[in-house]
Design a protein around this ligand. Structure first.
Ligand SMILES: NC(=O)c1ccc[n+]([C@@H]2O[C@H](COP(=O)([O-])OP(=O)(O)OC[C@H]3O[C@@H](n4cnc5c(N)ncnc54)[C@H](OP(=O)(O)O)[C@@H]3O)[C@@H](O)[C@H]2O)c1
Length: 178
């Protein structure tokens, strides 16, 4: 089981522009790349606030949304039967369950609160990080909090267009929990 964090950030390290729910500051190429990679992986895990911002499950992918109150979303789950699940499972048990269900890769797609939850448990194996050539009035960075040092190795640099680059990192530290 491999967990790949997929995010886009600005030159000044922000992942959200204040008062912009459509992520208008990121490139079309990044959006297309995100769509392609997550469809290949087949399953995304996200926080409830990120889901609220997207507004509906991502098509042709299994959507798992972390929330402290999964019961609240039973109707919505039913409406998208089979492709949308809300859960309050701990990251390790969620990944264990998904691995048993046959998933080999998981796309972790934010936001910073959920990213930090997985990072602190040492559960992020790879990071696909797009850097857009913009400086934005942002308030959030990749992780809402970080403890200590987490080392990654740069595996690949891909030009998404003339300006945006995609950096592919792989975790160096051993000690994966599952
Ligand atoms: N640039 C990018 O690539 C990118 C990608 C994704 C998101 N974003 C940005 O990130 C923003 C949202 O990030 P965020 O950090 O505020 O929120 P988030 O990580 O998307 O979601 C936080 C929510 O997750 C749930 N949660 C937190 N800890 C949990 C736990 N231990 N177990 C179960 N559920 C838990 C809670 O939901 P409940 O309140 O329902 O309990 C919490 O309110 C969005 O506005 C979006 O713009 C940017």
């Amino acid at each position: 089981m491999k967990v790949i964090l997929i995010m886009v950030q600005s030159i000044n390290g922000k992942v959200r522009l204040i008062n912009d729910k459509n992520q208008s500051w990121s490139s079309q190429e990044d959006k297309e790349n995100f769509s392609k990679i997550t469809k290949e992986i087949g399953i995304v895990i996200m926080g409830r606030k990120t889901f609220d911002e997207i507004g509906k499950p991502l098509k042709n992918r299994m959507n798992i949304v972390l929330t402290g109150d999964p019961e609240k979303y039973q109707k919505l789950e039913k409406a998208y039967e089979g492709s949308l699940y809300f859960t309050d499972e701990k990251p390790e048990s969620l990944l264990n369950r998904l691995e048993k269900e046959g998933y080999e890769k998981i796309a972790l797609i934010g936001g910073p609160t959920i990213n930090a939850l997985f990072l602190e448990k040492n559960l992020i194996d790879e990071i696909y990080l797009t850097i857009e050539p913009v400086i934005i009035e942002g308030d959030l960075s990749l992780f809402s909090y970080v403890q200590g040092v987490h080392r990654f190795k740069l595996n690949n640099v891909i030009n998404l267009n003339n300006d945006a680059i995609l950096l592919k990192y792989q975790k160096v530290d051993k000690g994966r929990k599952i």
